[in-house]
Structure formats: C-alpha cells, structure tokens
Design a protein around this ligand. Structure first.
Ligand SMILES: NC(=O)c1ccc[n+]([C@@H]2O[C@H](COP(=O)([O-])OP(=O)(O)OC[C@H]3O[C@@H](n4cnc5c(N)ncnc54)[C@H](OP(=O)(O)O)[C@@H]3O)[C@@H](O)[C@H]2O)c1
Length: 418
C-alpha cells in the first residue's frame, strides 16, 4: 500500500564524461516502457542531461536489482557495469536530492538555471507518457516550487558562471592572446550559444557552423559569429587555432584523420574544447603532437574552484531545503492515506444513499424541498461523524504513524486498488 520513492543516478560526480555517456538511454520512450514493465516500479521519471542520467521511481516494494537490470538492458550494458558510479537514494534522501537538483546545488555550475527547466521537462514528459502518478507528480511539483523559492531567496543563480564561460576561460588560460586566434564553434544549440555569448562578451570573433547553413546564419544573427558551411568547416581545420564543439552528433565529428591532416600544414598547436556528451571529438585526436583536447571533465575541475568562492550562498540554499523537507515529507505521507480516506467516504456514502432511498420510499415523500433537506441532513451527519477521525488519520499519516493506517485499513476492510 505504501509507496517508496527511490532515485538511482549516474552523474558527473562519480563518472567522468566518457563513462557517463555509456549509461544514457538512447530512446526515452522505450526506456520508460521498459522501466514500467520490467523494473517493478509503478511510477517513474527519467532525467537525462549532459551531466547526469537519473531515474526517479516509486513502488510499494523497491527492487534495486530489477531496476539495475532494466537500466543495463535499455542502455545496452553489462549488468556488472554498475559499480561505484551508481548512486541510490531512497525516501527523504531522494526528496532532498531532487530539491538540490531544482535549486541548482547538485549542478556542475552551482545555481545554473538549465537544470530547473530540465526537471520541469522531465516531469512533463513522464506525465504525458503516463509514467508518473500521484507520488512523483506531487514530489516534482513541490521540488520545482522549492527550487524556484531557493533561487529567488538566495540569488544563487545570479553569480553562477555558465559552462560556456568556463570553456572560454579555460581556452584563455591555455592559449596566448585568444582574441587574435581563429576560432571555430561547431554547434548552434543551447551549449553553443553559451560559448558564443561568452566569446561575444569578450569581443572575440569566431566562426560558427552546423549542418544546416540557415541555422548557422540565424545563430550568427542572434548569438554572434560568422556562419560557415558545415562540410567546408569540418573537413578543413588547418586554419583553426581553437575549436569549440557542442553538438549532439552520435558519432565523432572531429576525427583523428581530419585533425592529423590539418596539422601537417600548421606550425602552431590547436586547442579543441569538446563540450559534448557523448563526446564528438575522437579520443585519439589527443595523441597528435601539439594538439590539446579538453572536455567536460576539465571544465568540471574549474567549476569546482568557482564553487568554493560561493559557499555562503550554498549554505543559505541548504538551510531553505532543510526547512522544506519536513513539509515535503508530510505531503508525501499524506498521499498514502488519501486513497483510504476517499474509499471510506465513498463506501459510507453508498450506505447513506441506499438507506436514504429506503427511508424516502417508506415515507412516500415526493416533496422535492423536503427530500433535499433530508438528503443534506444525512450528508451532514456522515461528514460530522467522519471528518474528525479522517483528519486525525491524515495527521497520523503525516507523522509517519503506519500502525494507525494498518488499523484503519483493517477496520474499514480497505484494499489497495493498484
Ligand atoms: N545545454 C547545456 O547547457 C550543455 C552544457 C554542457 C554540455 N552540453 C552538451 O553539449 C552538447 C549540445 O547540447 P545542446 O544542449 O546545445 O543541444 P541542442 O540545443 O539540442 O543542440 C544540438 C546541436 O547539435 C547539432 N547536431 C545535431 N545532430 C548533429 C549531427 N548528427 N552532426 C552534427 N551536428 C549535429 C545541432 O545542429 P544541426 O542540427 O543544425 O546540425 C545543434 O547545433 C550535448 O552533447 C550536451 O550534452 C550541453
């Protein structure tokens, strides 16, 4: 009858990007179908971003082995691939984790805004697919509200530096006079626009490309950069000093052969920043002399340093989360009791209606107004008698008194209708 919330996650905290990408679900719809069918979960929500793959689930009996098995099969992994990279939180720990997510406390860049939108999108998708139910819908709605409150109250999002800025900072640290270099940005999506914004802010010129030239042109008009034809851009890197890659291409765009060929007619080195996850720069590229490849792992290290300067805001955000957790717990516990309360009221009302009908027949009453008064009287009696015990039952449930739940279930002969 009672349902426990569980969160299973593989994130950048325990897994470098090249590991993390192995745990992603290539097809979300079929991942949802598989989890609902095979993992024993009655509800689930999947959150998949460039830094994390997370599953929130709800079941009356959580079976972690089944969850792992399903995850492995959907991601095409051996089951024993899950080692220390898989983190599990249950009950209140899972709630706290979700609140930290929506508040931006678990992000690579503390306070970043995108995660809140990604959490909103994940629950919307789960709702549309009917994969989430009362438990996860309530939990996510509360977490989104609290995350927004934390951000407004602490200003945690204001001082955060985007992944794009971090990437450009790293490039500045690794290249002399970045402004004088020829820079190419491959990608015109969200991550690319963060890089573009940061380059533009520093008055640094750059070229931009993506598969559709129209898209590159539109990007250049709004985010900056000079559009370049895709084929031309990716087949000829010899004039490029710094390359930023931020695409969702499911293969290596920047291959060993292409870079090696470019390097044959270059004297200077080249810096390649791969923001993509899965990566789109072949690992082997870093073995080419004078080539430096950096990816999200290096960006993560830099972000860590930035975070140390923001510890005050972090603890203010944590305090709000600690205040809110008991409220979330109470709301979640209340969900356990609501089906019983509804059911008891429904059963009693059926008896009331049956007895009322009998009494009206015996009285032979036809006067509409009198019938309405008698009907309202019986309703009021039922509500007066039942409201105190039912409210006490709700309170007991909020306080975690599972014994009283069992007693009421037995007394009213309630059976879960899952
Ligand atoms: N969003 C973030 O905050 C963020 C932060 C850090 C890292 N990342 C990572 O950065 C990458 C891009 O994320 P995003 O959020 O920017 O995604 P997005 O907004 O969906 O943009 C995807 C980009 O990839 C290009 N693309 C798609 N398929 C391609 C293919 N087969 N070959 C070449 N280009 C292709 C798209 O342009 P065309 O379709 O026109 O080619 C578009 O420019 C992802 O790997 C993500 O994990 C994102």
């Amino acid at each position: 009858m009672t349902s426990d919330v569980v969160n299973a996650r593989v994130t950048f905290r325990k897994s470098p990007i090249h590991m993390l990408e192995r745990f992603t679900f290539p097809d979300l719809d079929s991942a949802y179908q598989s989890f609902l069918k095979h993992s024993g979960l009655q509800e689930c929500v999947i959150l998949q971003t460039c830094n994390r793959v997370e599953l929130f689930g709800c079941a009356s009996n959580t079976d972690l082995e089944k969850i792992k098995k399903t995850w492995a099969s959907v991601a095409g992994l051996e089951e024993n691939t899950f080692k220390e990279n898989l983190e599990i939180s249950c009950g209140t720990d899972a709630y706290t984790h979700l609140l930290k997510l929506t508040s931006g406390l678990d992000s690579l860049v503390i306070g970043e805004e995108q995660i809140l939108g990604q959490v909103k999108d994940s629950i919307t998708t789960a709702r549309e697919l009917k994969a989430s139910g009362d438990n996860l819908n309530t939990l996510f709605d509360k977490a989104i509200k609290i995350g927004t409150r934390v951000r407004n109250a602490t200003g945690i999002s204001k001082g955060s530096i985007s992944v794009g800025s971090m990437a450009v900072n790293l490039a500045e640290q690794n290249v002399d006079d970045l402004k004088s270099k020829r820079i190419l940005l491959i990608g015109t999506g969200e991550a690319a626009s963060l890089v573009a914004k940061s380059l533009k802010k520093r008055d640094i010129e750059f070229l931009v490309t993506s598969r559709t030239f129209e898209r590159s042109k539109a990007f250049a008009e709004t985010a900056g950069g000079k559009p370049l034809q895709f084929e031309q851009a990716i087949s000829d890197f010899k004039s490029i000093d710094v390359l930023f890659v931020a695409t969702v291409a499911p293969y290596f765009l920047v291959t060993h052969d292409r870079v090696k060929e470019a390097m044959q007619s270059r004297k200077d080195g080249m810096l390649i920043m791969d923001l993509s996850n899965p990566r789109t720069v072949d690992d082997k590229v870093s073995t080419i002399p004078k080539i430096t490849v950096m990816n999200m792992d290096q960006i993560a290290e830099m972000v860590e340093k930035n975070m140390k300067n923001r510890m005050g805001v972090v603890s203010a955000a944590e305090n709000i989360i600690n205040e809110e957790i008991p409220i979330v717990e109470a709301a979640m516990k209340r969900l356990e009791v609501e089906p019983i309360v509804t059911n008891v009221f429904k059963d009693i009302d059926q008896v009331r209606v049956k007895e009322l009908k009998k009494a009206l027949q015996m009285l032979g009453e036809k006067d509409e107004q009198k019938i309405r008064i008698i009907d309202q009287l019986t309703q009021a009696i039922v509500e007066d008698i039942m409201s105190i015990p039912m409210n006490n039952l709700r309170k007991a449930s909020e306080q975690g008194d599972s014994e009283i739940l069992k007693t009421v279930t037995k007394l009213f002969d309630y059976k879960s209708r899952e």
